[in-house]
Structures are given as C-alpha cells and as structure tokens.
Design a protein around this ligand. Structure first.
Ligand code: IPM
Ligand code: MN
Length: 356
C-alpha cells in the first residue's frame, strides 16, 4: 500500500483456538496505544479460520491477497489450526498462502531471554540468549513442488522437492547481512546441510561466499544445521544473527523459543521489505487450551511490538517489551510461566503498566 497517509491500516486475523484468545488481548493493546499514544491505527478484523472453512468451504477468500496488498500496511495473525479440520488445510491455505502470495520472504524470529528464570539451561542470564533467526520464507521444502505416484499402493512413491533459487537465497542472505550491519551487530552465522545436500545447499554455500565479501565489517561464519542445533544449546551466547532455509528455520525457531521461555513468549514477523507484512505468534492454536483464559498473551504482545516497529514506531515496541519483562519479573504470568493469572488478567496488567 502506498504510504501517502500517516494512518496505518492493520488486518487482524484471530484464526482458531487460543489464537482468538490472545488476539483479543492484542487488539485491546492496539486500541489502548491508539488512544493513549496517538497512534493513527485502523484495525479491521477478518474471521478467516476453521469455522468459516467448515461453514462455507472457504479458507483464504478469493481476492484476499489483492485486498491485503492494496488496502493494508500490516497483518496480525493469532494462530491457525483446528482438530475438526484434520488436514489443517485451511491453516496452510491462509498462512502459507499469505507468506507465498505476498512474497514475504523474510521470516524474522527473535530469540531473546527476557528473564533469566525462564531459561531451561543452567546458569544462563539474559545476555546469553539474545539473537535473531532469519528463516527463508518462500521456497525450500515448502515450495509445494512434488507429487505422489502409485498413491495408496504398496509401490507408492512420494517426491517433495527442495527448491532453492539463486535469487531467493541471495535476498534472504542480503537481508540478514543488512540487518546485522544496520543494528550495529557483529556476527552472522549461515546454516545449511551442504555436506549432504550438495545441489540445493551447495547453492546456499556459493551464494554466501559471494554475499559475505560485500560485508567485510560483519564477522560471518558457517555451521551445518546439526552442529548449529547443538551449539544453540551448548553456548547460545555466541550467536547474534542466524540465517537459514525455510525448513531448518522452522525447526530451530522452536528450539530457540524454548531457550527464551517457551512458545508463550515467542513472536515473529513475515516481511517483504517496504510492503504489507504479516506478524504472527510462533505458537499454534493449542485447541485444548482454547477459550479457557489459559493462553499466554505475551507472544501476541511481543508480536504487536514487532509490527509497530515495522510500521515505524520502534519506541512503542521497546515499551511493550519492557512491560512484558516487568510482568514476568513480578510473576504476573499465566501457568506456562509458573504464574496463576489468566490470559485476560495478564493482558490487563500489561496494558495498565503501559499507561504510566
Ligand atoms: C510455523 C509453523 C508453520 C510452518 C506451519 C503451521 C505450516 O510451524 O510458523 O513455524 O511450518 O511454517
Ligand atoms: Mn514452526
């Protein structure tokens, strides 16, 4: 969307399960900031999710991508997934549909320990766990290229291709290097499995060799993905920026989420620089917790922070993060973090904290 007006239009997709619970809190936070911090926000909610899919057979409605591109600056997503749709086809259609359809090639997943008590590793403090994962978000094993031959017979063959394009790999590498430089960071680690996947990941290796020459100020290194997983647990403090492929990024971002206290505190952004981008919690819809006032709204709040940062309000993002940190310190948390408050109570506490 052209940036002619200062007003920022945000599409809100609560989705399914606890996505609906945490998005209710995120919306309250956004309304509060709009009112008290004079942020010119306009929120529009879309009830895309399992209910609509079961009712009308529609996941991502026709024309949705064009509308999002034309009318919105950002998209906030709670979570998608519902046991009544065993294939979770609607979730893939909506989430992957938006990621691919809007070409959101950067999946940014920060791993930041907000309170030492939340880290499952022994004697780690906040500065030991503070890095960002950049996951390629539009190709790789997620490209949907493949098929089944002789399906449902004993001779079935299933092929799922790993699609790596030179342009696709280069642009995520460049984004990660630029981020490192612009944020005044020093270290970037690229991870792949080029020892076993010489064609696809050989391309990653070659592109990396070339791109890193343009960033002599950045200390860049390479680790195979298995070694990276091990090192993330052994000594997470060595990392500042990690960049990797779609599937590997999916896996290590869950590992990273645990290092910072679990999925209840893990935010993410799906970005196409300069265009409408999508912000979502890393956690799923947790159907068993849904509607019980049990879900942790902090991941959604931190996700709102990432969105406001993207929209040009970095200060608001910092304020939200500080309020979440205060809530954790003062045990104003849901049961996943050892507290006894509900989703709404944690949300209210943080919004109240932001009023001062
Ligand atoms: C994530 C999720 C998705 C992914 C699923 C729901 C398709 O695990 O956002 O990390 O694999 O990207
Ligand atoms: Mn995942």
């Amino acid at each position: 969307m052209a940036d002619s007006s200062a007003r920022k239009r945000i599409a809100i997709i609560p989705g399914d399960g606890i996505g609906i619970d945490v998005t209710a809190e995120a919306s309250k936070l956004l309304h509060h900031l709009a009112a008290t911090r004079r942020l010119p926000l306009e929120l529009v909610t879309f009830d895309w999710g399992a209910d609509q899919y079961l009712r009308e057979g529609v996941s991502l409605p026709a024309g949705a991508l064009e509308m999002l591109r034309r009318d919105f600056h950002a998209i906030f997503v709670g979570a998608l997934g519902d046991p009544r749709v065993p294939s979770n086809q609607h979730a893939a259609d909506i989430l992957l549909g938006i990621r691919f359809g809007l070409d959101l090639y950067v999946n940014q997943r920060p791993v930041k320990l907000l309170d030492a008590r939340l880290c499952p590793l022994k004697s780690r403090v906040e500065r030991d766990v503070n890095f960002v994962i950049f996951r390629e978000n539009t190709e790789g094993l997620y490209a949907g290229v493949g098929g089944n031959f002789k399906r449902d017979t004993p001779d079935e063959i299933a092929v799922q291709e790993d699609v790596n394009t030179r342009k696709g790999v280069e642009r995520i590498l460049v984004y990660a290097f630029e981020y490192t430089r612009v944020r005044g960071l020093k270290k970037l680690c690229m991870s792949d499995k080029s020892n076993a996947l010489p064609f696809g990941h050989g391309l990653w290796r070659r592109a990396f060799q070339e791109v890193r020459q343009r960033y002599p100020d950045v200390e860049s290194s390479h680790l195979y993905i298995d070694t990276l997983a091990m090192e993330m647990v052994r000594d997470p403090g060595q990392f500042e920026v990690i960049v990797t492929s779609n599937m590997f990024g999916d896996i290590i971002s869950d590992l990273g989420a645990q290092l910072q206290g679990g999925l209840g505190v893990a935010p993410s952004a799906n970005i196409h620089p300069g265009a409408v981008s999508m912000f979502e919690t890393v956690h799923g819809s947790a159907p068993k917790l849904a509607g019980k006032n049990l879900a942790n709204p902090m991941a959604a709040f931190l996700t709102v922070g990432m969105m406001l940062d993207y929209l040009g309000w970095a200060g608001e993002s910092t304020r939200i993060e500080n309020a979440v940190r205060d809530a954790i310190r003062q045990n104003k948390t849901t049961p996943d973090l050892g507290g006894s408050l509900g989703t709404r109570e944690v949300g209210e506490w943080i919004v109240e904290e932001l009023s001062h």
